[in-house]
Write a protein that binds this ligand. Sequence first.
Ligand code: NAP
Length: 232
Amino acid sequence: MKNAVVTGGGSGIGLAVAQRLRADGMHVATIDIASSDDEFAHTADVTDRAAVEAAFAAIRSQLGPVTVLVNAAGQEKFKRFADLKFEDWQRIIDVNLNGVFHCIQTVLPDMVEAGWGRIVNISSSSTHSGQPFMSSYVAAKSAVNGLTKSLALEYGPSGITVNAVPPGFIDTPMLRKSEERGYLAVQQSIDSTPVRRIGRPEDIAAACAFLVSEEAGYITGQILGVNGGRNT
Ligand code: NAP
């Protein structure tokens, strides 16, 4: 049995990934900024290194060493670039990029010790072509893709694969909030998506389940778009 941690596991894509990995037979703990009564749901802001380390320590004492990590915690920001305060920029880089740094660095010793590991970073299809009013988010997610490729090269010899999944439009609370605030026209997005539907969190979970599996051991440093054919 493998032990897995999914960040952002309290909602949307992270929740679906956690459920899918459990269904596939893994022990799964989650880390999310929102609290939960679930004994395997740990509360931490991924930007807070001490909180991340405490959450992983608690998970290790519950489950043992962790050899699978899916980084799905994320936060968007829609603002004209000229109106973006440096604090806004900093927070988005902090959550979407530095949070990934903290979680990977904290879990890596377990994977190196095991000589086996799987890391999947959820980036964004917006990194393919850019997105107006989302400069900080697209910058952070693009950096996550770069981090993914570099770590794949660095840790391949240790038996650890590192891949990214950039989702297209996925029906989650984050996407619906963007729609409510007038930043996204869902029907228009569906019309411009070749498979003509919105993505489901389970679509992303299926890709993650494959990438963390034993049989995906020869796949690393890849950016696997799950986007219905849009932004490929
Ligand atoms: P979601 O439903 O909002 O889930 C994200 C989860 O991450 C939430 O539970 C959120 O908590 C948590 N979170 C936010 N900031 C955090 C922090 N600092 N520390 C720990 N947890 C934090 O959004 P989602 O759509 O499932 O997004 C999952 C990932 O997919 C994100 O990285 C997102 O950028 C990416 N993505 C989504 C789409 C899409 O169309 N949905 C497209 C491309 C990429 P709160 O709700 O309390 O903030």
